[in-house]
Design a protein around this ligand. Structure first.
Ligand code: CMP
Length: 145
């Protein structure tokens, strides 16, 4: 069981002012923040981050969107983090997301779906290290991870 997941609050949710409310849902959901920053990805950054979707028809639009404005990136810690966070955010398409989930509350559509969440422990580690150096991740007592 992995104990971290990686998330991004996507550009439209940041632009609409939902950052604080989304962070509150995350911490109320029992996740501890190991690392967090606001950053704007270049188109090349977004292409690299979403490389696994390279062959998908929405790759171009997705990477344009993800580089269209600042995002808030974070590493979140909790037992069973990947699975529990996917429950908290809800289905990829907000039309299918359960009531009370972050996507149901704050997503606009399948692309601007408010937040990203890692889909496996392996990807959580990869995605966390895409955005954060070791000296930017902290354990509960304030020491470096
Ligand atoms: P995310 O969790 O960031 O991972 C990949 C993203 O691709 C996903 O959220 C959606 O925003 C986007 N995505 C997945 N399927 C589609 C689709 N059919 N059309 C447009 N965007 C999609």
């Amino acid at each position: 069981m992995g104990n971290i997941t990686f998330t991004m609050i996507k550009p439209l949710a940041v632009k609409k002012g939902y950052t604080g409310k989304i962070i509150e849902k995350i911490t109320e959901g029992g996740f501890r923040i190991q690392a967090m920053k606001m950053i704007r990805m270049s188109k090349a950054d977004a292409e690299k981050f979403y490389e696994i979707h390279k062959e998908r028809p929405f790759y171009g639009e997705l990477t344009d969107f993800m580089s269209s404005g600042p995002i808030v990136a974070a590493v979140l810690e909790k037992d069973n983090a990947v699975e529990d966070y996917r429950k908290l955010i809800g289905a990829t398409n907000p039309e299918d997301a359960a009531e009370g989930t972050i996507r149901k509350l704050y997503a606009t559509d399948i692309q601007a779906n408010a937040v990203h969440g890692s889909d496996s422990n392996e990807n959580a580690e990869k995605e966390a290290s895409f955005f954060f150096a070791k000296k930017e991740r902290f354990s509960k007592d304030g020491s470096l991870i």
